[in-house]
Write a protein that binds this ligand. Structure first.
Ligand SMILES: [Zn+2]
Ligand SMILES: [Zn+2]
Length: 244
């Protein structure tokens, strides 16, 4: 009955367009049809969708040329259209009721990464931004994922020490300047928790890969055995247009 009253006071709304839906944390059929789930064949390293191929575990041209610092990246959705709207409403609009569903999609996209993860760590927000926003969307996702896969997680092991500008609206070169490894820090006392472990870094969205790269560098420098990354959504670039 309590849930009914809650639905009465806060009628369930589509997570992407705001239209009325029958259950909290869902999308309307039109928006759901507009989502692009990233399913194989994918580059075994960066997770970029590849044209149909008979090759098992294919590698894209960009990763073949230069392996990224992270071991593997996977994301549930393409970051455009409805997928982008969904992430923006989650992040900036505080539409948190979808987090459980997002974690299920991410678990499906990154099952192997989760199974092998020895520590789950969210991409951190600077404390001032956390104060303003009131939540770290990456930490909410990391917590749900770790709980579902029964993996240890730590919300504040990796810290953002420079209040970087929001990445929104920045060009690619500006984004790389904005999030250099120096923007992140792991306190000395936390390092033993990372040493020799396979770390799974969790974020809501990967656009240029600059944040992911900076966090990976810092984790490897602190002794992580390897770093995988799992995101709710990612920009999907054409094959041959460079790595994420
Ligand atoms: Zn909708
Ligand atoms: Zn690749």
């Amino acid at each position: 009955m309590a849930v009914r009253w809650l639905d009465f006071l806060f009628p369930p709304r589509c997570l992407a367009c705001g239209a009325g839906v029958d259950r909290q944390g869902h999308l309307c059929p039109r928006c759901f049809d507009g989502l692009v789930f990233l399913v194989g064949p994918l580059c075994r390293c960066c997770g970029r969708p590849l044209p149909d191929t008979a090759v098992p575990d294919p590698l894209c041209a960009a990763c073949h040329r230069k392996a990224p610092s992270y071991a593997r990246l996977r994301a549930a959705l393409a970051y455009h259209g409805v997928g982008r709207e969904l992430v923006l409403r989650f992040k900036h609009g505080g539409r948190l009721e979808g987090v459980e569903r997002f974690a299920i999609w991410m678990e499906q996209a990154g099952r192997e990464l989760l199974d092998e993860a020895e520590l789950v760590v969210p991409v951190p927000l600077h404390r001032l931004r956390l104060l303003v926003r009131g939540f770290n969307q990456a930490a909410l996702l990391a917590q749900r994922l770790a709980r579902r896969a029964q993996r240890p997680w730590h919300p504040s092991l990796l810290r953002r020490i420079r209040p970087t500008r929001s990445q929104q609206g920045l060009g690619e070169a500006q984004r790389w300047r904005n999030v250099r490894p120096a923007a992140f820090h792991i306190p000395a006392g936390m390092r033993p928790r990372i040493a020799g472990r396979r770390v799974l870094l969790v974020d809501d969205v990967v656009t240029t890969g600059a944040t992911l790269h900076a966090c990976t560098e810092v984790l490897l420098e602190a002794g992580a055995a390897a770093v995988d990354a799992l995101a709710l959504a990612r920009v999907v670039r054409e094959e041959g247009s460079g790595p994420i």
